[in-house]
Ligand binder design. Structure first.
Ligand SMILES: [Zn+2]
Length: 224
C-alpha cells in the first residue's frame, strides 16, 4: 500500500502528524515543538493531535520519559499502527484499553495519581491502605461545547470519589486567559516540568520561617 503524503490536506490532522513523523522526522530522531508548529501552522493544538497517536501504539518520548531530551524536544521513538490506512485510524473512546496502552498512559502520567499524586503501593496518610493506580475515563467539556472521554491515571480512592465528575476545560482555559502574562509564563514552566518550581521570593519565605526570632527581625529590617 502506498503511503500518502503528510502534506495532503484531505487527511485528518492526526494522520498527517503521523506521516510527518515518518516522512520528515524519521524514526529515532528528535524534533522540537517549534518545528511541529511550523509544519502545521494552521492547526490549533497540534501537540495534542500528535499525542493522540500514542493511543495507536506510537511511541513519542518527551523529556519526562527520556532525560536526555530538553523540555522543547521530543523523540519519535517508534511508529505504531499506520493510522492513515483505511479503518485503522479510528477507535471508539469506550474501547478496551490494551495492556500496552495502559503502560503508555501510566508512563506519560508519571506513575502517579493525577488527582492526589500518590504512587502505586504508597500508603494513604494515617492508614495501612495502599494505593492502586488504574485508568479512569474523564468526561471533558471542550471549547465549543463538545465533550470527549479522555483517559487519566487515578488511584482507587480518587476514582471512586470522582466517578461522576466532568472536568470543564473551557472554564480552566477562560481562567488561564485572564492571567497576567507573567503568570501565564510561570504556569507554562510548571506544566513543562510537570512540577511547581518555587520562585526566589517563595524560597526566601520558606527559609525565613525557619530562622530564630533575632534573625527574622534582622531580615525584616532589610526590607522596605
Ligand atoms: Zn488519588
Amino acid at each position: 500500500m502506498t503511503m500518502p503524503d503528510w502534506g495532503d490536506a484531505r487527511l485528518g490532522t492526526m494522520k498527517r502528524a503521523g506521516l510527518w513523523l515518518v516522512q520528515v522526522v524519521g524514526e529515532g530522531n528528535t524534533f522540537t515543538k517549534a518545528q511541529l508548529r511550523t509544519a502545521f501552522p494552521d492547526v490549533a493544538q497540534i501537540d495534542r493531535r500528535m499525542r493522540d497517536l500514542r493511543n495507536f501504539s506510537w511511541k513519542i518520548d518527551t523529556s519526562r520519559e527520556d532525560a536526555s531530551l530538553d523540555t522543547h524536544e521530543q523523540r519519535f521513538t517508534q511508529q505504531g499502527i499506520p493510522v492513515w490506512q483505511p479503518g485503522k485510524g479510528t477507535r471508539p473512546a469506550t474501547a478496551t484499553v490494551t495492556s500496552s496502552q495502559r503502560r503508555e498512559i501510566l508512563a506519560r502520567d508519571g506513575y502517579k495519581c493525577r488527582s492526589c499524586g500518590i504512587g502505586p503501593g504508597d500508603r494513604y496518610d494515617g492508614t495501612a491502605v495502599t494505593a492502586q493506580l488504574d485508568i479512569a475515563r474523564r468526561t471533558m467539556l471542550l471549547p465549543g461545547g463538545r465533550t470527549e472521554t479522555q483517559l487519566v491515571i487515578e488511584c482507587n480512592r480518587c476514582r471512586v470519589g470522582g466517578r461522576e465528575m466532568a472536568a470543564d476545560l473551557r472554564d480552566v482555559l477562560a481562567r488561564v486567559a485572564r492571567l497576567p502574562m507573567i503568570e501565564k509564563k510561570m504556569l507554562a514552566i510548571w506544566i513543562d516540568q510537570d512540577s511547581r518550581a518555587f520562585s526566589e521570593v517563595e524560597q526566601i519565605w520558606a527559609d525565613f520561617r525557619t530562622l530564630p526570632l533575632e534573625a527574622r527581625e534582622e531580615l525584616r529590617e532589610a526590607l522596605p
